[in-house]
Design a protein around this ligand. Structure first.
Ligand SMILES: [Ca+2]
Length: 467
């Protein structure tokens, strides 16, 4: 599924793993309110902790300029836009038709899909043919974001209140979905809420326009070319292109599926013959569950638990590659912060330590289902957000009990420097990108332990001189 652009709706995020990394944009999140076109936001944070600098303000300014340009439009600009439009239409007729034909798309479907197609000039990062792409600023001087603001309590409370209402209104449907797929209703509802504000977000861009524009002059042409072919396959299957509304990043309908995900995972849960993820709540929710189960959702398991890791137990044991049974974690003295026991059904099953802010924030033992949620949106914070929201919907629980410390004030360039040093010492820090992912965090923890420091498993300023 997908991804969207900068502004937005609060809470919508492109799903899907398929599109890999979504462009990160920081947005506000309150889906319930804002809804202007091209303002469909989707989730604010990409990856674990993207640089704060690449966010909304700059993009908002860019859009403003674009708007000014397009509305005040000098004759020269209008002429050059017209020239680009012309090239765009001949590219569709030549390149895209040739590719479509190869993919078994009929001329009739092709014509139906592209009737009235137009470049969507509001999309981000467009480079008309012949122009040089704008250079992306290096993020090294940016700070990375602290996780705390991602879990805005007001937003989560509103989403949870609404989520409980929707869960109760659709209780029967959700139990049918759970019976068929083994995915708990609260997880499905939490994703629905986070992605499109329970289907209330106005997502109004023409999918064909978005995909064709991005494939023609966006910064990830290959990806969108592939999605455009998938969208044509949808039209070939009889879907009305006028119904195919998506976000600026091509994520469609209430579950925010990219066309390739739609083809693989969308289901007709209400049995009327159409997989209508735009208008049918049963189809939208069934499709979310179908996606999760295809990605490996394990029935009868939670997403994870907030825990307390005793001071003597190393925080440098994070990651899906260091899974052990919940019983073994428990044997180390790790317990649920709620004071409850781990459910008996979970004890023999595997769990993974997760400390997104090292010792400076809430600590978790997550299950493989946590990583399945990340298939919807590849971010630890996104998956934690969904898990927390689902818990609130199911049991009216509140915020995580551990407090997020004010971490994240170091420069990415400093963290990158640490990563390089740690790597030289033989540690696997993952990607050297200035962001403290789990491999970096645990390498830091191991280095701190080996240096006789009390491990925080998080980049610390006082390490800079010593590493
Ligand atoms: Ca249907």
């Amino acid at each position: 599924m997908r991804s969207l652009p900068p502004s937005a709706l609060p809470g919508i995020s492109p799903s899907r793993g398929e599109i890999g990394k979504r462009q990160a944009r920081r947005l506000k999140t309150n889906v319930e309110t804002e809804t202007s076109e091209c303002n469909e936001s989707i989730s604010p944070l990409e990856g674990e902790m993207p640089g704060r600098a690449e966010g909304g303000v700059r993009r908002a300014l860019a859009s403003l300029f674009l708007l000014l340009f397009t509305s005040i439009a000098s004759p020269a600009l209008a002429a050059s836009q017209a020239a680009v439009e012309k090239q765009f239409h001949s590219w569709i007729e030549s390149d895209i038709w040739a590719a479509a034909k190869t993919n078994g798309i009929s001329r009739q479907s092709f014509d139906r899909a592209f009737a009235g197609v137009a470049l969507n000039w509001k999309l981000p990062d467009l480079t008309p043919p012949g122009e040089k792409p704008r250079k992306k600023k290096k993020q090294s001087q940016a700070e990375f974001s602290s996780p705390g603001p991602y879990f805005d309590e007001k937003r989560l409370m509103t989403l949870a209140d609404n989520g409980r209402s929707y869960a109760s209104a659709h209780a029967r449907l959700l139990s049918q979905i759970e019976k068929k797929y083994g995915v708990p209703g609260e997880i499905v509802v939490a994703i629905w809420g986070r992605e499109t504000g329970y289907g209330r977000a106005k997502i109004t861009s023409s999918e064909i326009d978005v995909l064709a524009t991005m494939a023609f002059m966006g910064d990830r042409k290959e990806l969108f070319h592939k999605e455009l072919m998938a969208a044509l396959a949808m039209v070939e299957q009889g879907i009305d292109p006028a119904m195919m509304k998506g976000s600026w990043a091509g994520a469609m309908g209430q579950p925010q599926f990219m066309p390739s995900s739609y083809l693989k995972y969308a289901v007709d849960f209400d049995g009327d013959g159409d997989k209508d993820i735009w208008n049918s709540v049963p189809d939208a929710l069934g499709s979310i569950a179908s996606y999760l189960v295809a990605k490996g959702w394990q029935a009868n398991r939670s997403w994870g638990y907030e825990v307390t890791i005793p001071p003597g137990i190393s925080c440098a044991q994070e990651g899906p590659d260091l899974a052990q049974s919940i019983r073994d974690w428990s044997g180390l003295g790790i317990s649920r912060i709620s004071g409850k026991d781990f459910p008996s059904g979970e004890v023999k099953a595997s769990g993974m330590m997760l400390v997104p802010a090292g010792r400076h924030g809430p600590e978790f033992i997550v299950t493989p289902n946590f990583y399945v949620i990340k298939e919807y949106n590849n971010s630890d914070l996104y998956a934690l957000f969904i898990g927390n929201l689902a818990d609130r919907i199911a049991s009216n629980t509140g915020a995580f009990k551990g407090k997020w410390g004010k971490v994240g004030h170091m420069l990415r360039s400093d963290v990158e420097h640490m990563q390089k040093k740690l790597q030289k010492l033989g540690n696997d820090v993952g990607k050297v990108d200035g962001l403290p992912g789990y491999k970096t965090r645990r390498s830091i923890g191991r280095w701190q332990e080996a240096s006789g420091m009390s491990p925080t498993c998080y980049p610390e300023e006082d390490m800079l001189g010593k590493l």
